[in-house]
Design a protein around this ligand. Structure first.
Ligand SMILES: Nc1ncnc2c1ncn2[C@@H]1O[C@H](COP(=O)(O)OP(=O)(O)OP(=O)(O)O)[C@@H](O)[C@H]1O
Length: 275
């Protein structure tokens, strides 16, 4: 089966300009990383701050170009240098960030926020756009009455639901989730993770899930890639990586991670496995 996303030897360098008495230098943020994700699966990318996860997320989402390497969506090559990147290509991958309040325009109503991607990228009629936005609100566990409200009227968890709904409006092939629950309380984290899992089941969505929290990764990932200083030091199925971490960095990372309360996620997965 052709993977939804395939990355081959992706690299990203940043040039840091020099000053009067200081030489410029190059930061190798991502040093040749390869991975793939099949439809309906979740690849978690984990690692400590500065390891290059967000840079990779921005490359995969086509927000930033890569310095070299190849990226394919459904087997189709993406122009990683962004010289001829079409909007059709861009809309195939959407992203949800950690802090929805920072990415939802506070002056826009939820309905307008959900409509916006359709206005920009499609020629759908206003009535059809509204129908789609209303349906999406329900899919993410919100209600029709929320359509006319502003972001500040919602809780953190509800705002993240809006961000997820907005990301799904263009029926993307891939959703990049960049620390999507890290800013939320534990009980709300579990609800949002359950929502993501339900949406994945229903729409066969494919996720790249960026996280530093291994207790979350353990319950949502199919595959895990551990990054360290721009390199993938570990990559395999969740079971393999968790049962037998090979790299010394991964062992340290696992030992240092507090176990969060993810009982409800565990229960949900147990139910799913039993069904
Ligand atoms: N725009 C930029 N210009 C220069 N250096 C950058 C830029 N963006 C990231 N870097 C550097 O690239 C490296 C990887 O950063 P990146 O933000 O991808 O890591 P991260 O693992 O996502 O960290 P965090 O979790 O803190 O966001 C770091 O050394 C960072 O300082």
């Amino acid at each position: 089966m052709t993977p939804v996303l395939e990355a081959r030897n992706l690299k990203r360098d940043y040039q840091i300009p020099g000053g009067l008495f200081k030489k410029g230098r190059t930061v190798h943020a991502v040093k040749g990383v390869s991975f793939s994700v099949e439809q309906g699966k979740t690849l978690a990318i984990v690692g400590e701050s500065g390891c290059g996860k967000s840079t990779l997320a921005r490359i995969v989402t086509m927000i930033d170009p890569a310095t070299s390497g190849d990226m394919l969506i459904d087997g189709q090559k993406i122009d990683i240098a962004h010289e001829v990147l079409t909007s059709d290509m861009r809309r195939k991958v959407q992203i949800v960030f950690q802090n929805p309040y920072g990415t939802l325009n506070p002056r826009k109503k939820i309905g307008d926020i959900l409509n916006e991607p359709l206005v920009i990228n499609t020629d759908m009629k206003a009535a059809d756009r509204k129908d789609k936005a209303m349906a999406m609100l329900k899919k993410v566990g919100l209600e029709e009455k929320h359509y006319g409200r502003y972001p500040h009227m919602f809780s953190g968890g509800q705002r993240q639901r809006v961000a997820i709904a907005r990301a799904l409006m263009l029926n993307p092939r891939l959703l990049v989730l960049d620390e999507p629950v890290s800013a939320l309380d534990l009980s709300v984290q579990a609800q949002v993770l359950n929502l993501l899992a339900d949406l994945q089941d229903e729409f066969q969505l494919t996720y790249v899930f960026i996280s530093h929290d291994l207790s979350v990764v353990r319950y949502i990932a199919d595959d895990v890639m551990v990054m360290y200083y721009g390199e993938a030091v570990e990559y395999g199925s969740r079971e393999e990586v968790f049962a037998d971490p090979k790299h010394s960095y991964t062992k340290t990372l696992f030992a240092a991670t507090p176990r969060a309360d993810v009982e409800s996620i565990k229960a949900r997965l147990a139910r799913k496995n039993a069904a």
